[in-house]
Design a protein around this ligand. Sequence first.
Ligand code: ADP
Ligand code: GN1
Ligand code: MG
Length: 360
Amino acid sequence: MQIDKIASAFRIDGTPVRWNEFGNGHINRTVKVYTDTGREYVLQRINKYVFRNPVQLMINAKAVTDFIRQRVSDPRMALHFMRTHDGLAYHQDEEGEYWRMCDFIGGFSLDAPESEEDFYQSALAFGRFQRMLADFPAHTLYETVPNFHNTPDRYLQLKESIRQDLCGRVAGAKAEIDFLLERERQAGTLQRMLDRGELPLRVTHNDTKLNNVLLDKEERKALCVLDLDTVMPGLSLYDFGDSIRFGAATAAEDEKDLSKMSLDLHLFEVYTRGYLEAADLTETEIEMLPMGAYVITLELATRFLKDYLDGDLYFKTAYPGHNLVRARAQIKLAADMQTKLTEMNRIVAEVADQVRQKNI
Ligand code: ADP
Ligand code: GN1
Ligand code: MG
């Protein structure tokens, strides 16, 4: 598909002259487009395998960004989607693929924090995002991926893939499967608390990796939160937890040398402080934050492992066995978190007290 032709379906300033692949997400295809006026845009192809209803996805993304734009002072603090010449927020190409386009805001995003201040800034960004959307009408949001962070359901799906063993890979992943299945009950803790009404259902981001926050180039302050495909009703604990899983780990999500993978308790504390300063959480949510990090790490391990067993259909992979490598890294991280839960609980209690004192 010709990128300039797709880009020209949108009402943009100028004519596309150049473009390059951009970003390192596992799901969508992202292209940066340069025009003859100097204006730059981000063009994205929505993954139809993951998001079964791209139109509903764009309705969500548009509604959330419009809502945020009314609450911020700087236009760079909210994504701005372009409309097509037909007035739509997406364009469907001749092959049936869905595309969206937004202003290139500038700034940069990171795959790992370069300083604790970077990580603190991302905590503020996701915390503010949670607070800003506290009075967003949640019932108007479509569930773009049903049961996205329903951990018990993720386990059911993993078990189904084990049963089917479509690619004959189960025998080679026995240790990983055993580790995860031994922790199945623990992994269901937050979903059970939600079912019992002990945790509030909020409008959450659901994909709070550090690289989904844009930082301003000059001051390195958080500008805005990106990647709104999975904004849905969910648990704040998963938002908190996923940031920890990705950004407070001592190694990349797909590190092969497992001896390098652990939880950095200092970064855990830094993020906890930023998130508690910016977000508005109940006492039970605060208490369960460490569990949020542990459970989401188990959940992602089950997702990577399931995808490996199914033949790598969901996540983009760079080499054969990439999803197994990812699952192993997450398992190592979860194992480390398990040994550090008491310490994480102590840190959360201490930081929560300090933040409360500051707010009095
Ligand atoms: P995915 O993770 O699905 O590939 P993202 O929406 O997160 O897609 O975009 C990928 C990367 O592109 C981001 O991490 C960010 O660095 C950059 N990016 C995305 N949108 C913008 C934007 N509007 N302005 C500037 N940079 C952006
Ligand atoms: C995917 O698109 P990206 O890379 O931001 C995935 C997340 C995972 C993440 C793991 C819609 O996010 O749930 O946590 O990979 N997004 C979707 O890196 O499944
Ligand atoms: Mg992303």
